[in-house]
Every structure is written in C-alpha cells, then in structure tokens.
Design a protein around this ligand. Structure first.
Ligand code: C5P
Length: 216
C-alpha cells in the first residue's frame, strides 16, 4: 500500500473552551471530515493517530485515537507526536479564543450584562509549520465566507503548508455538519484544483490523492 510505514496525524472536530464548570464556547464542527480522512489514510496503509475534539463520531479500530477537549489539550497532543509524523492533516475547527479566566464555580445570573474577556489560543497549525522539517508534509484547512481563495493562499504561505484545502460556506451542501463537501485544493506552487460536491468519504479520497502526489 502507498502509505505503508508512514506515520500520519489527523486532527478533527471542534474544541470546547470552558467558561465555568458547566459552560463552554464551542463551534458547529461535526468531525465528519477529519474522521473520514483518518479512515482513508489508514486504508492506504498509514499508521494513523486521530486527535479528536468532542464529537459523536466513531473511529475505526485501526486508527489510534486521542480524545481532547480544549485547544490547549489539542496543542499538547499534537506537539507531543509531531516530530515523529510524516504527514499531518489539520482538519479540526480549533477555537481561536478562550475565556481568559475559567470560573471555578458556576457563574450566577446577574442583573447586568455579563462581560467575558477572551484571550487568543495558540495556532496549532502555524506552530507545527514553524517546526516542520523538509521531509514532513503538512496540510491545513480553510473555511471562509468571503475572499476565500486569497485567504486560503495566504494561510498556505503564512503557516508553511504543503497543501491547503478550502471549503467555502457559500457552497450549498458544504461545510460543518453536512455529509457532503465541496473543496478546492491549493499546492505550494499555488496551483488550484477544483472538485465537485461529493460525500466526505469521496472528498477524503481526493485529499489523499493530492497528498500522494507530493510525497517525497
Ligand atoms: O487561520 P485559520 O484558523 O482559518 O486556519 C485554519 C487551519 O488552521 C485549519 O487547518 C485548523 O485546523 C488550523 N488551526 C489550528 N489551531 C488554531 C486555529 C486553526 O491548528 N488555533
């Protein structure tokens, strides 16, 4: 199989950032795309570790799974294995901000408005991009609502990626919760490949094909 002996890391799902013991800030990521990718990469022979945020998805027995909750936990899980991985695909919808202070007790309802101060989380993908060796392949995702191609290309360069997979929320049937997705892939040469609307399993196969093309 083409990926025999390759160590692959995939992130999937959302992250939850605690506000207090019962509340969190999250997002609508279902984890479907990342789980489908982990599956397809394993079918190609890779030794896959899936780092998953909170999701209802079931992973297959031949995928090693590490469950995490917050962006910080995902960062720690990713950085602990990144140096040993040949291919990394960052599909997770990681929170960009988290509450600066996590209340130790449930915050009580009050008369006035509640103000939460948020601080930035670490950009995991950019962190890995900085530490990437020449032989490693790093793939990121971009989900945009406007000027999407330029933002996607910007991410490819800024985060030192080999491929960026763009999915636009402007496309019907694409995005977070759907079983289908419509993607555009940019490679390092900024060459663009457009794909039709497909099931996330078929999309995962297309992404694998693009990865196989650039394997060094
Ligand atoms: O910059 P933006 O968040 O749009 O980039 C999306 C890409 O970066 C995705 O591949 C996502 O998994 C990754 N990301 C990350 N850590 C963050 C934010 C995004 O790994 N804190």
């Amino acid at each position: 199989l083409p990926l025999n002996g390759k160590k692959v890391m995939v992130t999937a799902g959302p992250t939850y950032e605690a506000i207090d013991p019962v509340r969190f800030i999250g997002n609508h990521s279902s984890g479907k795309m990342g789980f489908a990718l982990a599956d397809e990469l394993a079918k190609l022979g890779a030794d896959v570790t899936l780092i998953a945020g909170p999701t209802a998805q079931k992973s297959n027995a031949y995928v090693k799974r590490i469950d995490v909750v917050s962006a910080e936990e995902m960062l720690n899980a990713c950085t602990s294995i990144f140096s040993e991985t040949d291919i990394t695909v960052m599909c997770a919808a990681v929170a960009d901000y988290r509450p600066k202070i996590i209340a130790s007790q449930k915050i009580k309802k009050q008369e006035s408005a509640l103000v939460l101060e948020l601080e930035k989380t670490v950009d995991i993908l950019a962190t890995l991009g900085k530490n990437k060796r020449e032989s490693q392949i790093l793939v990121g995702f971009a989900l945009e609502t406007n000027d999407e191609e330029n933002y996607a290309k910007g991410k490819l360069e800024k985060k030192n990626l080999d491929l960026v997979v763009l999915n636009s929320l402007n496309d019907q049937g694409a995005g977070f919760k759907a079983d289908t997705n419509k993607i555009t892939i940019f490679n390092k040469a900024l060459e663009r490949t457009l794909f039709e609307l497909k099931s996330k399993t078929e999309v995962a196969k297309d992404i694998c094909t693009a990865i196989l093309k650039i394997i060094k």
